[in-house]
Design a protein around this ligand. Sequence first.
Ligand code: PHE
Length: 349
Amino acid sequence: MYTVPKLTNFSSAALDAAARDLLSALEAEAAAIRGDSEYKVFRDRWLARKDGVNELKTKITVVVEATLERLQGGASADRLLAERVDITLPGIRRPLGTEHPVIRTMNEIVGVFRNLGYSVSEGPEIETDYSNFESLNFPPHHPARDMQDTLFLAGQDEKALRDRLLLRTHTSPVQIRTMEKLKPPLRIVIPGKVYRNDPPDASHSPVFHQIEGLAVDNNIRFGDLKGTLDHAMKALFGSKVKTQFRPSFFPFTEPSAEMMVSCFICGGSGKRGREPCRPCKTTGWIEILGCGMVDPNVFEFVKDNGYDPAKVSGFAFGMGADRIAILKYGVDDIQLFFQGDVRFLQQFG
Ligand code: PHE
């Protein structure tokens, strides 16, 4: 380490030589500095020198500051080297998904009813026998239970029938669940997945989607049901479609009906040019949903929450969202909706 020599000769040549020695020692030490702690010792030792001549001091200061700059500049240069970004590379293109056609159809249908003042309700896909059947007026051994091939959960035999768990076969149990929670008047739509023990084919799937509707108030009549659904079909399929109601049966509605819409593919003619219209099987009508006036027996189950069957009335309906999507988009196989083939789904982007 450099120490300032004790001078005996003060000739200007001797002083110059001593200054040169001092500066070159400074430069040599400065060049060897690595890192902050070394730098601080170096700085304090050189700048605190009382033995330095003033003009040397300025030079010393310059070298000390340059050393700091080198350290900092060096550090950021190292960082730059490590974090080098090639701004000429193309970005990472992340494929953007789109709404699945069934979900899109459900959202559209829900939107139509939202505009009529309906709110949205949801319920569990694993249901009790009570909510899926009993409270909807399906008696224990009534053949109506066979209308819907049910998938039961294993290990339920020990339980009382009403507590047994199953995969809901329709969205109708959410009618009861909602009426247990909310008092009338009520206007709700219920979109969701439902399950039936159907072998998959072009028009069946063990999982599919329904949208349920329920309106309860004082003095709701069949005309309200017809007007509401007729409006909804025109909003969904175009103002030209006609609706038609045919008698039907559901344990939880009385009277019950199936609603048909005039075929929006062939305009009701049953023909497409010279070809027969397949979606409506040449009849000009497409069956679109089941509906009816809420059976008073259903209200009995929620009577204590303000649904006295003598005072309130209502209508309910349920439609298959997949079927509607199939018709709307001209898809010929329901399985395509569930196979997740991007080439199929991309077409709806
Ligand atoms: N839940 C019935 C079905 O799945 C449809 C329906 C709902 C009928 C509401 C009437 C009222 O077939």
